[in-house]
Design a protein around this ligand. Structure first.
Ligand code: SF4
Length: 215
């Protein structure tokens, strides 16, 4: 694979708005992690799961993707059900949770205000996502939400410039074959999506049942 990529930098401040926001949040919550949140899981894995960005009181606080907030139990519980996690819950970076043949990351590594990174910030951070795809070499990527889908697709266009993005639109439970990788879309397991019924535990489980058809 040939991608425009860089190794994860734990002290990255390439997005000034996000770096300054993290400085503010660190002042407000001194015990929080408040840095770019690294991926979690083995360095080589068949499955890569990509979310949007750290949540204020979840990954941004704990320093592990999807750990410590609303999204955590549904995601890790589902990964556990399908044999991709050692435990059904992920409570902190110090617990004994482990992922099995699965790596978990976010398209944007730093907490964005209102959970909304700008297109420029997503693009700036894509060098790390591209590096992860390049080194992990997953067979399947689950994209949690349209932003993750678009970010992953941008990285894959870096592999194969002939890829037509319009042929791969985000849709819940859609399966796309792109550059030799199977992309599976899901609505993001956010509080809003689960509270409104847009994403139910059954719908989320069905996505990982699909993953198990291929992995
Ligand atoms: S979002 Fe990514 S590129 Fe931007 S400052 Fe954080 S780690 Fe760096």
């Amino acid at each position: 694979m040939q991608l425009d990529c860089s190794a994860y930098d734990p002290n990255c401040r390439d997005c000034s708005r996000l770096a300054e926001f993290l400085d503010q949040v660190r002042h407000q919550y001194p015990a929080y992690f408040c840095k770019p949140v690294p991926p979690f899981g083995p360095e080589r894995a068949t499955l890569l799961v990509v979310g949007l960005a750290p949540g204020m009181h979840g990954a941004n606080a704990s320093g592990r993707p999807f750990t410590g907030d609303w999204c955590s139990d549904l995601l890790y519980g589902t990964l556990y059900t399908y044999g991709f996690a050692k435990n059904p819950r992920s409570l902190s970076r110090d617990d004994d949770q482990a992922l099995i043949d699965c790596r978990l990351t976010n398209a944007v590594k730093c907490l964005p205000p209102q959970n909304k990174p700008t297109p420029a910030e997503i693009k700036t951070c894509s060098k790390y996502l591209a590096q992860e795809i390049n080194s992990i070499q997953p067979k399947v990527i689950v994209c949690l939400g349209a932003v993750a889908h678009d970010a992953v697709l941008s990285c894959l266009v870096g592999i194969d410039r002939s890829i037509k993005r319009s042929a791969y639109r985000f849709s819940h439970a859609a399966v796309h074959d792109v550059a030799g990788i199977r992309l599976i879309d899901s609505y993001h397991p956010s509080r809003y999506n689960t509270n409104t019924g847009r994403l139910t535990p059954e719908m989320f489980s069905a996505v990982f049942a699909l993953v198990r058809r291929y992995v």
